[in-house]
Design a protein around this ligand. Sequence first.
Ligand code: DX5
Ligand code: ZN
Length: 217
Amino acid sequence: MAAQINPSILSADFARLADEAEAVGGADWLHVDVMDNHFVPNLTLGVPVVESLARATDTPLDCHLMIEAPDRWAPQYVEAGAGSVTFHAEAAAAPVRLAREIRAKGARASMALKPATPVEPYEDLLPELDMLLIMTVEPGFGGQAFLDIMLPKIRRTRELIKRHGLELWLQVDGGVSASTIERCADAGADVFVAGSAVYGASDPAEAVRALRTQAEA
Ligand code: DX5
Ligand code: ZN
């Protein structure tokens, strides 16, 4: 699959979200970080904002739920218009049931792993998912340094995906930039979230193009 670049609006201007979505018009998805100040020590936005943003842009929304009780909330993000919904393995009470519910409601189902959460216990669950997100920083904030020590986990996950013959997308999130994206791609990631590297650039659309070229090199 061609590399996909998903700008994270966590680094955008929240008062101008529709314009900020427009500014990265060439992006594959917009990454929307939902934080509840419980699962992570930060608070961002919820269902009403996702609903408005989905109406305001043609770019599909990739909602990353860094929240407790995703079993209760994730389906509401599908109803709000998200094209992909990611819940955290550490927070989900019933990940298989939740993934099936997200798919049944018409969105792509995705599960995220924090840096200290291994992928191996979830091997049998991978066929239930459309995407697996490997966090390359501790979730909660944009602009953190990329954790190199996650590269072996990305490689092992890519091998699992191959071994099982799955179509699963492999996303990385956290510290992805011009200086780290090639290592992620080389390790087997194919979907790249970038917040500060896109919205911190003087030309965000050009930053998306440059990251895609690097990821595909
Ligand atoms: C962090 C969020 C990320 C964040 C990435 O918890 O999940 O999506 O926006 O920001 P950068 O790319 O700046 O590390
Ligand atoms: Zn994220």
